[in-house]
Design a protein around this ligand. Structure first.
Ligand code: SF4
Length: 148
């Protein structure tokens, strides 16, 4: 099954608002920001933690497990022009895993979308996004002081 080295918050199927067509959205856990309006504060901390309902938020996966789950809906992607979207949390907080997943999904001809706030080293940003078909860049604010 391979090493479980990818920490996810959720995997959601039949998403219609995370890129073109019908998509599976893979929610990475861990984020370097702490936005006050964050709708998923349980996604901010890296690693498994208690959530608001006292259940556990987060689960470790192997890359193969995630690819296999995504491939279950390949027919829907092909029919609708969809694919797989990486969201979070911050996808680029687990850059090696994100890059490898993008490569493996591409080997299966799956369209990939990467959603990010871009809050990561420029070298990491460039290295990973090069393997995604579509980038959804979530610019929080263009003024550093107002952003803070
Ligand atoms: S960047 Fe997104 S996931 Fe991270 S704290 Fe802000 S809203 Fe939450």
């Amino acid at each position: 099954m391979g090493d479980k080295n990818l920490c996810l918050f959720n995997i959601q199927k039949f998403c219609l608002h995370d890129g073109p067509g019908i998509r599976t959205t893979v929610f990475f856990k861990g984020c370097p920001l702490t936005c006050k309006w964050c709708s998923n504060p349980e996604s901010q901390k890296m690693g498994i933690q208690p959530d608001r309902e006292e259940a556990m938020a987060g689960k470790m996966y192997s890359l193969k497990q995630v690819v296999d789950i995504c491939l279950e809906d390949k027919d829907f992607y092909l029919e609708s022009g969809g694919g797989v979207t990486f969201s979070g949390g911050e996808v680029l907080s687990q850059p090696k895993q994100a890059k490898e997943l993008l490569i493996q999904l591409k080997e299966h001809q799956i369209h990939t979308t990467l959603e990010t706030s871009g809050f990561v080293k420029p070298s990491v940003f460039k290295d990973v996004i090069a393997f995604a078909d579509l980038l959804l860049f979530d610019l929080k604010h263009y003024d550093e002081e107002k952003h803070k």
